[in-house]
Design a protein around this ligand. Structure first.
Ligand code: AHR
Length: 504
């Protein structure tokens, strides 16, 4: 059998496991909001029309923050449309997704949903069709404490206490020519800086995210970040990164190595931000908010918005059905985010429900977990303490997109208080199992608490409403501790969590 090893030392850490790494995203897109989180006719709907089955699944997923309301949607959004009496809210064209936005859910409902789901809201302002003033108005509406118009409007709409929303995105993907109000880096950098400066006058405690690139394949990737941060460095705290991956042309090998690209993207953004820091003689470091990441089959028919005179409310859009291989990639992308915890301070999987999502629903009916739900939920639940520096020695394979890639990728977290160690690992081989040996010298006497592996003879298996449980992470009986190490067998195309605790 092929062999790989993972070398760890409790003294060599990258940084803390951050709960915000396990963020998600709710956009007014397709059925994410309407019939996703909100479905007043559903049997489980609460007094606000929120599906409690979906709230339960979001809790089980372990989501920490939820970005809202977009995405491309935010670049044409008037937040005022979504507050106040429902019957008076206007229906609007959603130009980003060629849909009708009925405004049944707005800021107040979203914040109430967040409170119920136990998540932190992360709000985006429209810097596409709007600007500094509208961002200030929304911030005052949400966080204002004085006796002033927008804070009073929030109170009149039923929320006496300010929402205290801390994380704010300064627009969305403003580098993308598809974005309503798309800007050059110079134009956006100035607008982001001035919006941020003004927003801090309303609330100095907010954390601000400038738009980075919408993908590492953008022609402007790198120069965009450099120009935007040169303009806004002192005013912002984080810069965003977005990345979507898919299997193309039957190239499963490259797809399974998608985290190689995420690693490169993170390291390139860090290098660019640090170059701006040095040139500008700044003290602070800019962190990354990886606030859109996932597997997305963007070329498939279900990702194409309606056209012509058809402007539906909540059409079926981006409803990808995820395979076991997709779930392995999602697990691997989380490994990449965790190993960069020193600079990736927040992340949002895009999106939460129905739209390229781990949770699926039928309008008025069933909800279920996609394959991608499981690696996210288990990682969010069990990654704890400090992320350790991990040296992986593994055989490599040739990929079309990324050259030589390791067959095994892994990360580990260590909770110094309890002594427990969590190892997350993928096997990217399509046909060979691999034995992973984890070097435990320095961790004391550990034993296996649990080992779970997600894999299937048919890696194209996908969950449906009728069968979401035939393929789940299953106990991996091969895991054991021998001498100063643990070993576990990783089947082909698999994701594994190995949990070790102090021997009792
Ligand atoms: O998540 C789907 C879309 O992908 C978002 O609206 C946009 O920001 C990105 O291009």
């Amino acid at each position: 059998m092929l062999r790989a090893s993972l070398h760890l030392d409790p003294a060599f850490t990258v940084g803390p496991v951050r709960r915000r790494t396990f963020g998600s995203f709710v956009e007014h897109l397709g059925r994410c909001v309407y019939s996703g989180i909100h479905d007043p006719a559903h049997p489980s709907a609460d007094e606000d029309g929120f599906r409690e089955d979906v709230i339960d699944l979001a809790r089980e997923l372990g989501v920490s923050t939820v970005r809202y309301p977009g995405g491309n949607f935010v670049s044409g959004y008037r937040w005022e449309d979504g507050v106040g009496p429902r019957e008076q809210r206007p229906r609007r064209l959603d130009l980003a997704w060629h849909s009708t936005e009925p405004n049944w859910v707005g800021v107040d409902e979203f914040v109430r949903w967040c409170r119920k789901a136990g998540v932190e809201p992360m709000m985006a302002v429209n810097l596409g069709t709007r600007g500094v003033q509208e961002a200030l108005d929304l911030l005052e509406y949400c966080n204002g404490t004085a006796d002033t118009h927008f804070a009073n409007l929030r109170r009149a709409n039923g929320a006496q206490e300010p929402y205290g929303i801390r994380m704010w995105c300064l627009g969305n993907e403003m580098d993308g020519p598809w974005q309503i109000g798309h800007k050059t880096a110079q134009e956006y950098g100035r607008l982001a800086a001035e919006t941020a400066r003004a927003m801090r006058l309303v609330d100095p405690d907010i954390e601000l995210v400038a738009c980075g690139s919408s993908g590492s394949g953008m022609a402007t990737f790198g120069t965009w970040e450099s120009t935007v941060l040169a303009e806004s460095y002192d005013q912002v705290d984080l810069v965003s990164a977005h990345a979507y991956y898919r299997e193309e042309d039957g190239d499963l090998g490259s797809f399974l190595a998608s985290a190689v690209d995420m690693d490169h993207m993170i390291e390139a953004v860090v290098a660019t931000a640090d170059a701006v820091r040095a040139a500008g003689k700044h003290d602070k470091r800019i962190a990354i908010s990886f606030d859109e990441w996932n597997v997305w089959y963007i070329d498939r028919a279900e990702s194409q918005p309606p056209t012509g005179d058809h402007w539906p409310v909540a059409p079926i859009l981006l409803e990808d059905r995820y395979t076991v291989a997709d779930a392995v990639v999602v697990g691997n992308l989380l490994i990449s985010l965790l190993r960069h915890t020193d600079r990736v301070h927040a992340a949002s999987q895009a999106q939460l429900v129905n739209v390229i999502a781990p949770i699926m629903t039928e309008p008025g009916g069933r909800s279920w977990r996609q394959t991608t739900f499981h690696p996210f939920a288990l990682t969010a639940q069990h990654a704890a303490g400090q992320v350790l520096q991990a040296v992986v020695e593994a055989p490599t394979y040739e990929t079309r997109k990324y050259g030589q890639a390791a067959l095994v990728d892994a990360v580990a977290t260590h909770d110094a208080e309890t002594g427990s160690l969590t190892v997350l690992a993928v096997n990217r081989s399509q046909d060979e199992p691999l034995e992973l040996a984890v070097d435990l010298a320095g961790f004391g006497d550990l034993e296996v608490l649990e080992a779970l592996t997600l894999s299937n003879a048919d890696h194209t298996w996908a969950a449906t409403a009728d069968d979401a449980a035939s393929v789940l992470p299953r106990p991996n009986a091969s895991a054991s501790v021998v001498a100063s190490g643990a070993t576990v067998e990783l089947p082909p195309v698999s994701w594994t969590i190995l949990r070790l605790v102090k021997r009792s």
